[in-house]
Each structure stands twice: as C-alpha cells, then as structure tokens.
Design a protein around this ligand. Structure first.
Ligand SMILES: Nc1ncnc2c1ncn2[C@@H]1O[C@H](COP(=O)(O)OP(=O)(O)O)[C@@H](O)[C@H]1O
Ligand SMILES: [Mg+2]
Length: 578
C-alpha cells in the first residue's frame, strides 16, 4: 500500500488543491441548512419585522444560499477533476514501472508468478488501485467533514434534536460496517477468479488453432463458460450483499427523520430548526454510506496494491560475481552443467562441451530432451544448478545481462513477432542500417518473401504475425537473429517449418556469410546439424553423444538411428510444413 501511495507524491500539488476545494465545497454545503433555519425562524415567521425588511432579508439569504450551493457544486466539480487527474497520472506511472519490472523479471521469477497473474496485475489490479485512490481522494475528506461538521453544527443549534441524530449514526455505522466486512472477502474471491479467467482466455487465444484442429472448441467454450458463470455469480454475491447497505441505510434515515419530527413536535421546536435538522440528517447519513463504499474500494484496492507491490518489490538486481576465469580460446564452454526448473529432478545433467570461436554447435534430441534449456542457460535466462557456463572464458555470472545478451543474436523456438512492420521486427530497436537489415533478410532466405509482401519491409504484421505462415515467421525471426552481426548466433528449432531446399540454402548462407561467428543450431533434423563442428545429442537431459557427424554415426547408436530414419524419408522429397 505504502509502495503504491508513493506514486501519488509527484502529484501532491493537484491532490492538495483538490482536497482544499473539497473542504471548501463541503463547508459551504454545511452552511445551507443554517441559512434555511435562519430564513424560516428569524425572518419569515418574525412578526417584529416589516414586510419590506423581510423581503430584503429573504433575498439576501437566498443569494447567500445560491452562493453556498454554487461553491459546493463548483468546488466539487473542480476537486473531482483534479483528483481524477492525479490518480490517473499515478496509475500511469504505476503501470509503467510495473511493466518495466515485468520486462526485467528473470525467467524464474516469471515462472513463479505466472504470466496470467502478471497480466491481471497490470490491468485489473492497477485499475482497482486507481479506483481506490480516486474514490478516497474524492470522498475521503468530504465524507468525514460532512459527518463531523454536520454533528458539530447540529449540537450547536439544538442539543435535543442532535441527540436523536447521534442515536441514529451508530445504528447506520454498525449496519454498514457489518455489510462491508462481509463483502470484502467476497470481492477478493472475485479477484482470484479473474486471474483464472485471464489464464483461460490467454490459453484459448494462444491455442485457438490447436483447439479448432482437435475439435475441442465446444469443450473449451463450455469450460470458459463455466469460468465466466462462476465469476459472474461471485460478483453477483458480492454486489448483492453490498447493495443492501443503501436501502437499509435509507430505511434508518427515514425512521430518523420521523423521530426528528416527532421529538421536534413534542419539544415544540421551531419549523426552521426541524427543517435544518432534516437536512443535516440526510447529509450525515449519505456521507456515512459513501464512507462505507470507500471501505470496500479501499479493501479491494489495497489487496491489489499488495499484489502489485509484490512484483515491484522483486529483486531483479543482477548479481554480477567475480568468478575464476577459464580458457579464453573457447567461445562457449559448458563445464559439467546440471539444472532443474523445479528443483526436484534435473532437466539437464552433467553437460560438458567446448566450442571455439567461429565453430558451429549442433544440438539434436527429442522434444523435451533439454535443448532449449541449454540455450536458456547459455544466455543466463536461468542460473545453472551445478557446474558453470563460460562465454569467452568468463563465467556468464560475471557479465552484466546487457553485456552478455549483446553477444547473442537468437531466434527462439517460441520467438514472437510484434505487430509492426517487417523492418521494425528485424531491427527490433537496434537502429541497424538498411544494408544490415538487407543482408540479414538475404541470409535468412526471406528476400523473396519480403518482396512478395505489399510494401516489402514496410508491410505491417498482424498480431502474433497471424498473417504469415509458420515458415515465413521463422525466416523473419532468423533474420532478426542474424541482423546486427552478433558474436554468437543461436537458432533454436528455427528451420523446422522450412522446406528442405530453403533449409539447406539457409544453412549454406549462414556458414559462408557468418563464417567467423560462433553458431548454435538446435534442430530435430540431422540434416540441419550434420555439418556442425560439434554435435551434441541429448536424451532426457543427458548427453548421449558428442562429436562430429561421422564419429557419431559410429559411436552413438541413437544418432545413427535418427539419421537412418530421416535420410530414408528425405529421399522421397521434402514435407514442407508451410
Ligand atoms: N519454464 C519451465 N518450467 C518448468 N519446466 C520446464 C520449463 N521449460 C522446460 N521445462 C521442462 O524441461 C525439460 C526440457 O525442456 P526443453 O529444454 O524445452 O526441451 P526441448 O527444447 O529439447 O524440447 C522438459 O521436460 C520440460 O518439461
Ligand atoms: Mg526446445
């Protein structure tokens, strides 16, 4: 809560001005009943005054009442504007920082919180914090002033009637706070369900093709329908309870009004005084209802603020350690590396290899064998559990992440394209020259593809590049990895959707044009890694073969088997995935 409130600080001027106007408006509102009482008791029903004087006094009082009303109205309008602006600005800053933090989270931290939860924190939670701030600024000052000021003025005017009023206040207070207390957990229930809905929605939208392909549309729709219905019924329960507070408070209010009139009649109070009290009654009880509403918003908002603060508080500070250096003549060294995602079972075990600058490492293995994990460890998306990873003889933990990642140009298996132009996708904010982009497009075998698109490099991709085929996407991702001439090119399963001829052309282009660059090629096809200087065969996280193609054919039975199976298939031409 503190953490998020801090975001209001830069806008304190607007907040202060808003609160001041609120104060002014509320005080002006409290004067209205006093003026009314004066007009009725001391002017209209005063036999000692001549009718001329009466009219003059009534007009003056009327003008004063209009002035008070206008002050209350304008004060409120401008104050609301200022507070909405301050809370809006605050939400913007909060979201900005939260997004930035989200981008800097380590892969491990992202796994722990979960992407859907991060999304809800950025969207609905920050909205609730906004609501909390805006409402509190709007009513947090106004309501207490109206209640306290109203009570003080009431006691000043007439103690007997004020006691009637005072008796009603705790009753309303108890009813409203009981309802509020019950509805708060219901609202946090709603929030939890919202996380589930976002997760389901995200899964469905991402997997819409697969869902369609497997004919699971109905199943998923029904499942989603269930989630939405559940959410709706939770929301209904929370709101149903919460909406009780208004009618109940109104009932008490009306009973109180009757009590004021009865007591006023019994004690022979003047009409003006009774009227003024009726007004105080309405003002005070409405303020109490408003205050109870703020409590709901505050409890919901502070739960959200806590969720946001949890992300903001995560330490993404890089730990750059001074660690012993290794042999600088190698570009990449894995020294007995083991790693586990969940800390239970090692997802890769005792991996060791060394690669010289300019060499190509081929990594092959079944899905789930740990290929992408090796890449992730190399680029320090995760820290190794055991052993060490050296780049240029230096432990990856001794680099800043920026330094380390600047060495890589990577196309990931699940790499994503932004919904922007082809040029921006390849450049990706690096301000590359036209030649660099062209060169990368050529090498990635994407020239023909780009020329075929309307506008060429300026063609705008749809969201998730849905207007491109799998192979087209892969080529653009590869172009991005190649552009800017990194020191190490990483292609993780980046040609799986290319036809054999294009794949072969891509491999040729990479090995000739990027001769001096170190390459890591992850693939399922032997043909993609066959010419590598070093091939690593992975099986269930373990290295079962390491060497050149010819050696592996003799030393690694699995490799030879994969090779035999795949070469057999490819003689019959290629199965294009496009
Ligand atoms: N983010 C993750 N959290 C937990 N487990 C993961 C994660 N990513 C991959 N794994 C697990 O690690 C193993 C290796 O995965 P991966 O390296 O992606 O395989 P490959 O790239 O060879 O298909 C798999 O068993 C997979 O389930
Ligand atoms: Mg993979």
């Amino acid at each position: 809560m503190k953490k998020t409130l801090k975001y209001l600080k830069p806008y304190w001027r607007g907040v202060a001005a808003g609160l001041f106007l609120k104060l002014l408006g509320s005080v002006a509102e409290l004067f209205l009943p006093l003026l009314l009482e004066y007009v009725i008791n001391d002017v209209a029903t005063n036999a000692a005054l001549s009718s001329d004087v009466k009219i003059r006094m009534i007009v003056i009082s009327g003008v004063l009442m209009v002035v008070c009303s206008l002050t209350a109205l304008l004060g409120n309008i401008f104050a609301n504007r200022l507070t909405v602006k301050s809370s809006g600005n605050m939400t913007h800053d909060l979201r900005y920082d939260l997004f930035q933090k989200t981008c800097y989270l380590s892969s491990k931290q992202t796994d722990e919180i979960g992407v859907p939860s991060l999304i809800s924190r950025l969207t609905s939670d920050s909205y609730y914090v906004n609501q909390m701030t805006a409402r509190t600024l709007r009513l947090g000052v106004r309501a207490p002033i109206l209640i306290l000021g109203g009570l003080i003025l009431a006691f000043w005017r007439d103690v007997t009637l004020a006691l009637v009023l005072l008796a009603c206040v705790p009753i309303v207070g108890i009813v409203v706070s009981l309802i509020t207390r019950k509805s708060v957990p219901l609202f946090s229930n709603v929030q939890k369900k919202q996380d589930v809905m976002v997760r389901d929605l995200q899964e469905n939208i991402t997997g819409v093709r697969i869902i369609k392909a497997l004919g699971k549309t109905e199943y998923e729709t029904e499942k989603f329908d269930g989630t939405v219905k559940d959410l709706a019924s939770r929301e209904f329960r929370a709101n149903r309870l919460n909406s009780l507070s208004n009618p109940l408070a109104t009932l008490i209010l009306n009973l109180g009004l009757v009590a004021v009139i009865v007591v006023g009649a019994v004690y022979g109070k003047k009409t003006g005084t009774i009227l003024a009290f009726l007004q105080y009654f309405v003002i005070i009880l409405n303020a109490m209802i408003a205050l109870s509403k703020i409590f709901v918003v505050i409890s919901r908002g502070s739960a959200s603020a806590a969720r946001i603060a949890k992300v903001l508080d995560l330490d993404v500070g890089e730990t750059v350690e001074e660690l012993p250096e290794g042999d600088k003549s190698y570009k990449i060294v894995f020294d007995d590396v083991s790693f586990s995602y969940n800390g239970v079972k090692d997802d890769v075990r005792n991996v060791s290899f060394a690669l010289k600058p300019g060499q190509t490492l081929g990594v092959i293995g079944a899905t789930g064998s740990g290929k992408s994990t090796l890449v992730a460890l190399m680029m320090r998306f995760y820290d190794v559990g055991k052993g060490r990873v050296l780049i240029d003889g230096k432990d990856v933990k001794s680099y800043t992440l920026k330094e380390l990642r600047a060495k890589f140009g990577a196309a990931f298996q699940n790499g994503f394209l932004i919904s922007d132009t082809v040029r921006k996708n390849v450049d990706y904010g690096r301000d590359l020259s036209e030649e660099e982009i062209d060169e990368a497009i050529d090498a990635a075998q994407a020239r023909e593809l780009v020329e075929g698109l309307e506008g060429g490099l300026d063609f705008v991709l749809a969201q998730k590049a849905n207007n491109l085929s799998g192979g087209q996407k892969q080529r653009l991702l590869v172009a991005r990895a190649l552009a800017g001439k990194p020191e190490i090119i990483v292609l993780d399963d980046s040609s799986s959707a290319l036809d054999y001829a294009t794949d072969a052309a891509l491999r040729r282009a990479i090995s000739t044009r990027y001769e001096n660059i170190t390459k890591v090629i992850v693939a399922q096809r032997v043909s993609a890694v066959k010419n590598a200087d070093l091939i690593l065969v992975l099986d269930d996280g373990e290295v079962i073969g390491l060497g050149k193609h010819d050696e592996l054919l003799n030393t690694c039975r699995e490799y030879a088997m994969i090779y035999a199976a795949q070469m057999g298939g490819e003689e019959y031409g290629t199965l294009s995935a496009e």
